[in-house]
Design a protein around this ligand. Sequence first.
Ligand SMILES: [Zn+2]
Length: 149
Amino acid sequence: MVWLVAQQRLLTQDRLIKMNITTVNCCFLCGDAEESHSHLFFDCYYSRICLQLISDWCLLQLPVTECIHWWVKWRTPELSRKKIIAMILASILAHVWFSRNKCRIEGYVLRPTVLCRMIKMEVQHRLNTCVIQSQNRRVLDWVHYLQSA
Ligand SMILES: [Zn+2]
């Protein structure tokens, strides 16, 4: 999913227009701009709200832009703080795309707080099911916080 976002290969409205599949381009989530990868995942106020809510939960300031580049750069084999952040960013992207598709199909937008609750649950599930091998006390404390917050 994240790889598709990085390659701008998801079927966003701007791509569908180029394929002559649709003639209308309006972001399903905000209705204020044309839908493209950069708008949907980085500029849309809906995505920005989600990113801020998750940033607050993580006690971090996640990058508003270029998070894809962070994800690609931070795919490391060991469970590190960066890898956890990359996992969180991937979950945000996947859920924003899920919310966009849900709106397109069902005609209503999930509230950002609802979507962020889903993101938190997914991240917590992943943290609870992965083997934590980090020797870094700060990373372990942060993981325990995320698992319970
Ligand atoms: Zn939008």
